[in-house]
Design a protein around this ligand. Structure first.
Ligand SMILES: Cc1ncc(C[n+]2csc(CCOP(=O)(O)OP(=O)(O)O)c2C)c(N)n1
Ligand SMILES: [Mg+2]
Length: 910
C-alpha cells in the first residue's frame, strides 16, 4: 500500500513537472508584442493615475483570472528586486563622498583592531567580515537616523549585531569617545587601563552598551518586546508618546534561531510601527551559505509578509538602475529571481567577464542589455546594502511607515572589501589575519592615507580634529542629539523603604492554611495599591495567572491591551471578569516564557533605557523557566536587569500529580551560575515579605544591579509569625526557626529545611524527639546560593589575607558550635546542601530530589524521593549511629518502625 502511494506520488510529481515545463515553453513563446502591450498599459496607468490605481487594477485582474480558472499559486513574495523603485527614491541628504571616506576609515580601524589583537596574542579572536558587510547599513543609521537619548527625548533604541562590535568601537574612536589604547586592548579587558569587550556587554561596559546581542536570536525577540514595552509605558501614561524607534540588526543566518522569528506576529498584531528590523543578508553564516540551494531573502520576505510586516528589500545598488530601466520585458528581474544563493555568493565576487557569461549570458536579450558596459563596470555593479542611497531610501520608508513594523532585507557581501583575504568566501567569518599584500590592497581599495610601509603595521588612523571627516561626523551626531550607543541611568530612585507595606505579612495567617503563592499574590495586590511603587509594578504572566490565583488582578488593574477591549467578555457578569484595557497593568503574554522574559528584561532595564524605574514581577511555572530560557536569564544579568522572577508551582514533590516534565527540582541549581541573581526558596509568607522589601530597596532605592529568583509553591499550610530577630538570617540564607525544647538529651541534631520541605523537617523534629529522644533544632534555609556565595567569598578573603583575623562563613557562624549531627533536606537536588557542607563542623547528611519526577500526590512523592519526615528522622539516626552515639541495630529497627522498604526504588536512577 505504502509503495503504491509513493509511486502515485512520484508519478504525479513527474506529471506536474512536465506540465510546468510545457507552461514555461509556452511562456517563452509568448508574443513579445502582446507582453509589451500589457507592460505599456500598466505603465500608462501608473503615470496617469498613480500606484494606488495600478494596484487596484492588478488586484481585480488577479480576481478575474481566478474566476476564469487561472490557478495563480499563492505567494507572499514579490519579485527579486528592490521594493523602492528608482522613481520613488528620495534625495540622499548627506555628503556621499565624505560619508564614504568616513566609512572607509571606520572599516580600516575595525579591521586594525582585530588584526592587531591577533598579532599581539594569537587566537584572541574577533570578527572582520560581519562589519565589513554591514558598514553602510550602520553608517547610514549613524549619520541620518539614530537619535541619541537625552533628558528631553528618550532617543532611538538600537540593538547592534554582536559580531559587528569592532565597527561600533571604530566609530566611537573616530568620534573621540574611545582612545587608541582602548582599541589596542580590544578583547583584552584585563590590561592596565581597561580594554574593550569582545561583544556588546552592558555588564562590562555599562556606559557604552545597552543590549547583549551576541547570543544569536535573543536580540530580535528582545527588540520586539522592547518596542511593545515602550508602547505599554505610553499607554499607561508613564511616559509621553514619541516617535522614537527600536532598531534591531540581525544576521541572515541568525534568523534560523527559533527566537528570531518566534514573535514576529506579535509585532504586527500590536502594530509596532516603532520597530524596524534590518537583516544583513550577506547570504552567509559561519560555515557557509545560509541557503546555498535556496534564497534566504525570499524565504524571509514571505515569512515577514505572511506575518503582516512591511518588507523593504534592498537588493541592487544604483548601478543596476539604468540596466533595469532598459529591461522593458521584465527579463532581468526574472533572471535575478532564478539564481540560488550559492550561485550569487560566487557571482558577486567574480570578474565582469564571468558575470557577463554566467548571469547575463543566460539569454541573448539579457546580454544585449549590458552590451554597452565594459567588464569592469559589470564587476562594479554594487548590491543594495552597499549603496547608501538605497539604504537611506529604505530607512526613510521604514521610519515613515505607519501601522506596523518594518523589516529591511539588505543584500550585502560578507567580508566586503577583503578581496583575496576573504570577500564572499566560506572561511571569511573567522578571518582574523591579513598578509601584507592583502592589507595593502584593502588600504588602496578604501583610500586609507597610509604608505606601504605604514600600512603593514596596521595602525589605527584618525584624521585631525579639524579635518572635514571629523567635523562632518561630529556635526551629524550633534544634529541627532549626541552619541550612540551609550548607556545611562536616567530614572529617579524610589524614596521609601516600604517597611510598613510588608509588615502585615510578618504576622502569619492566624491558623488559615495558605500557600506561599497566595501569600505572594496578597503582597503583590498590596504593592499595586501603594502610592509610590503601585504604578511602577509590572506583573508579567505567561498564561498562568489562574494557576497562581492571580485572576482577581485582571479586574482590579486590568490586562494591558493596546486596543482596549473590543468585545464583551464572556464572563462580564462575574466579579473577576477578563478585563483588557489600554491602560491595563498586567502583561498577560500568552504561552511564551521567552516573550515574558523579554518583557521582564525590558521592564527591568527601563530604569536606563526608558528612564523609568518599573518593577517587574515575572510569575511563571518554575520548571519552564531556567531550563527553557536560561540564555535570556543570562542576558538579563548582563543587562543589569532589576526585578523579581517568581518560579511558581515549584518543588519536585510539592507540585503533585503533574509528573516528570513539570515538577521542578532543578531551578535553584540552574540559578547558581548567574552571578548577580539572588535566589531564594522561602517556606513562609514572612520570609517572602522580608525578601521583597529588602529587594525593592536594594534595587530601586539603592540602585544595586541585582535581580531575584524566588520560588513559590501551591501547598497550603499555616503561615507562622516571624520569629524575633529572623530578618537578617532570612536574607543571608538561614536562621534558626525552632529550637528543641529538650535541653537535656545527649542525642542532638541540627536539621536544615527549605521551602515546603521545612514542614517535613519540623515533623521529623517531633518524631526524633518523641520516639527516639533526640533533641533537634530546626533551621530554615532560605538560600543555599547565598550561603555558598558567602562561603566562597570568605574563603577567598582568608586566602588573600593570611595574617589577618580569619573571617568565618555565615553558615559556620550559625552552626559551628551547634551540637549534634547534621541533616539537610530540600525539594531540589542534593547538590545545594552539599555545596555548603564543607563549612559546617561535621559530616552532613543531605536529602534531595535528584531524579525524574512522577505523577503522584505529595505524600507518595516525598516517600519516593526520600525527603519526608520519616526519611529525615532516619538520616539523623543514621548519622548518630555513624558517630557511635546509638547502635546500628537501632537504625535498622527504625527503618521497619517507620515503614520504610530498604529495597525500594532508587529515585536517583529510577
Ligand atoms: C546562539 C548562538 N549560536 C552560535 C553562535 C556562534 N556564531 C557566531 S556568528 C555565527 C554566524 C553568524 O551568521 P549571520 O547571522 O548570518 O551573521 P553575519 O556574520 O553573516 O552577518 C555563529 C554561528 C552565536 N554567537 N550564538
Ligand atoms: Mg550572514
Amino acid at each position: 500500500m505504502a509503495t503504491a502511494h509513493s509511486q502515485f506520488g512520484e508519478e504525479s510529481q513527474e506529471t506536474r513537472a512536465e506540465m510546468a515545463n510545457e507552461t514555461a515553453t509556452q511562456a517563452h513563446n509568448l508574443d513579445q508584442l502582446e507582453i509589451a502591450e500589457w507592460f505599456e498599459s500598466l505603465d500608462s496607468v501608473l503615470e496617469a493615475s498613480g500606484p494606488e490605481v495600478a494596484r487596484e487594477i492588478l488586484e481585480r485582474l488577479r480576481a478575474h483570472a481566478t474566476v476564469n480558472g487561472i490557478d495563480l499559486p499563492f505567494t507572499a513574495n514579490t519579485p527579486y528586486t528592490n521594493t523602492i523603485p528608482l522613481r520613488l527614491e528620495p534625495i540622499f541628504p548627506g555628503d556621499q563622498e565624505l560619508e564614504r571616506r568616513i566609512k572607509s576609515l571606520i572599516r580600516w580601524n575595525a579591521l586594525a583592531m582585530v588584526v592587531r589583537a591577533n598579532r599581539e596574542e594569537h587566537n584572541i579572536g574577533g570578527h572582520i567580515s560581519t562589519y565589513a558587510s554591514a558598514a553602510t547599513l550602520y553608517e547610514v543609521g549613524f549619520n541620518h537616523f539614530w537619535r541619541a537619548r537625552s533628558e528631553s527625548f528618550e532617543g532611538d533604541t538600537v540593538y547592534f549585531q554582536g559580531h559587528a562590535a569592532p565597527g561600533m568601537y571604530a566609530r566611537a574612536f573616530m568620534e573621540g569617545r574611545l582612545s587608541k589604547e582602548k582599541l589596542e586592548n580590544f578583547r583584552r579587558e584585563l590590561k592596565a587601563g581597561g580594554g574593550l569587550s569582545s561583544y556588546p556587554h552592558p555588564w562590562l561596559m555599562p556606559d557604552f552598551w545597552e543590549f547583549p546581542t551576541v547570543s544569536m536570536g535573543l536580540s530580535p525577540l528582545m527588540a520586539i518586546y522592547q518596542a511593545r514595552y515602550q508602547r505599554y509605558l505610553e499607554n499607561r501614561g508613564l511616559k509621553p508618546a514619541t516617535d522614537a524607534k527600536v532598531w534591531a540588526f540581525l544576521g541572515d543566518g541568525e534568523t534560523d534561531e527559533p527566537e528570531s522569528l518566534g514573535a514576529i506576529t506579535l509585532a504586527a498584531r500590536e502594530k509596532l510601527d516603532n520597530l524596524i528590523f534590518v537583516i544583513n543578508c550577506n547570504l552567509q553564516r559561519l560555515d557557509g551559505p545560509v541557503r546555498g540551494n535556496g534564497q534566504i531573502i525570499q524565504e524571509l520576505e514571505s515569512a515577514f509578509r505572511g506575518a503582516k510586516w512591511n518588507v523593504v528589500k534592498v537588493l541592487w545598488g544604483s548601478e543596476w538602475d539604468p540596466i533595469l530601466e532598459r529591461d522593458t520585458e521584465g527579463l532581468l528581474v526574472k533572471r535575478m529571481g532564478e539564481l540560488v544563493d550559492g550561485e550569487y555568493q560566487k557571482l558577486v565576487v567574480s570578474s565582469g567577464a564571468y558575470v557577463r557569461e554566467h548571469f547575463f549570458g543566460h539569454d541573448p536579450r539579457l546580454l544585449k542589455l549590458v552590451e554597452p558596459l565594459p567588464d569592469e563596470a559589470l564587476r562594479r555593479l554594487r548590491l543594495g546594502g552597499h549603496d547608501p542611497r538605497k539604504v537611506y531610501a529604505a530607512y526613510k520608508a521604514a521610519v515613515e511607515h505607519r501601522g506596523g513594523p518594518t523589516v529591511i532585507l539588505a543584500r550585502t557581501i560578507k567580508g566586503y572589501g577583503l578581496g583575496e583575504a576573504g570577500e564572499g568566501k566560506n572561511v571569511t567569518h573567522q578571518q582574523k589575519k591579513l598578509n601584507e599584500e592583502e592589507l595593502k590592497e584593502f588600504r588602496s581599495r578604501f583610500g586609507i592615507p597610509l604608505n606601504d610601509q605604514a600600512c603593514i603595521e596596521v595602525p589605527f588612523y584618525r584624521p585631525a580634529e579639524d579635518s572635514q571627516e571629523i567635523q562632518y561626523l561630529r556635526a551629524r551626531r550633534e544634529a541627532l542629539g549626541g552619541y550612540t550607543p551609550a548607556r545611562t541611568v536616567r530614572s529617579k530612585p524610589i524614596t521609601t523603604d516600604n517597611e510598613e507595606l510588608f509588615k502585615e505579612f510578618y504576622e502569619g495567617s492566624e491558623g488559615r492554611e495558605v500557600s506561599t503563592t497566595m501569600a505572594f499574590v496578597g503582597m503583590l495586590r498590596k504593592m499595586l495599591k501603594d502610592p509610590e511603587i503601585g504604578k511602577l509594578v509590572v506583573p508579567i504572566v505567561p498564561d498562568e495567572a489562574r494557576t497562581f490565583g492571580m485572576e482577581s488582578l485582571f479586574r482590579t488593574v486590568g490586562i494591558y491591551s493596546s486596543v482596549g477591549q473590543k468585545y464583551e467578555p464572556v464572563d462580564v457578569n462575574t466579579l473577576l471578569y477578563y478585563k483588557e484595557a489600554k491602560d491595563g497593568q498586567i502583561l498577560e503574554e500568552g504561552i511564551t516564557e521567552a516573550g515574558s522574559m523579554a518583557s521582564f528584561i525590558a521592564a527591568g532595564t527601563a530604569y536606563s533605557t526608558n528612564g523609568i524605574n518599573t518593577i517587574p514581577f515575572f510569575i511563571y511555572y518554575s520548571m519552564f523557566g531556567f531550563q527553557r530560557i536560561g540564555d535570556f536569564v543570562w542576558a538579563a544579568a548582563d543587562m543589569r536587569t532589576r526585578g523579581f522572577m517568581l518560579g511558581g508551582t515549584s518543588g519536585r514533590t510539592t507540585l503533585s500529580g503533574e509528573g516528570l516534565q513539570h515538577q521542578d527540582g532543578n531551578s535553584h541549581v540552574l540559578a547558581l551560575p548567574v552571578p548577580n541573581l539572588r535566589a531564594y526558596d522561602p517556606a513562609y509568607a514572612y520570609e517572602i515579605a522580608v525578601i521583597l522589601q529588602d529587594g525593592i530597596k536594594r534595587m530601586y532605592k539603592d540602585g544595586e544591579n541585582i535581580f531575584y529568583y524566588i520560588t513559590v509553591m501551591n501547598e497550603p499550610y499555616v503561615m507562622p509569625t516571624m520569629p524575633a530577630g529572623a530578618r537578617e538570617g532570612i536574607l543571608k540564607g538561614m536562621y534558626k526557626f525552632r529550637a528543641s525544647s529538650n535541653k537535656k538529651s545527649k542525642l542532638r541534631a541540627q536539621l536544615f529545611g527549605s521551602g515546603a520541605i521545612l514542614n517535613e523537617v519540623l515533623r521529623a523534629q517531633e518524631i526524633l524527639e518523641q520516639k527516639y529522644g533526640v533533641a533537634a533544632d530546626v533551621w530554615s534555609v532560605t538560600s543555599y546560593k547565598a550561603l555558598y556565595t558567602d562561603g566562597i567569598e570568605t574563603e577567598r578573603w582568608n586566602r588573600l589575607h593570611p595574617t589577618e583575623k580569619a573571617r568565618v562563613p555565615y553558615v559556620t557562624q550559625c552552626v559551628g558550635d551547634a551540637p549534634g549531627v547534621l541533616v539537610a533536606a530540600t525539594d531540589y537536588l542534593k547538590t545545594l546542601p552539599n555545596m555548603v557542607s564543607k563549612w559546617v563542623p561535621r559530616r552532613m547528611a543531605t536529602l534531595g530530589t535528584d531524579g525524574f519526577g512522577r505523577s503522584e500526590g505529595r505524600a507518595s512523592l516525598r516517600d519516593f524521593f526520600e525527603v519526608d519526615a520519616k526519611f529525615i528522622a532516619l538520616a539523623a539516626l543514621h548519622e548518630l549511629a555513624l558517630d557511635g552515639k546509638i547502635e546500628a541495630s537501632v537504625v535498622e529497627k527504625t527503618i521497619s518502625e517507620l515503614g520504610i522498604n530498604p529495597e525500594k526504588w532508587n529515585p536517583v536512577t529510577a
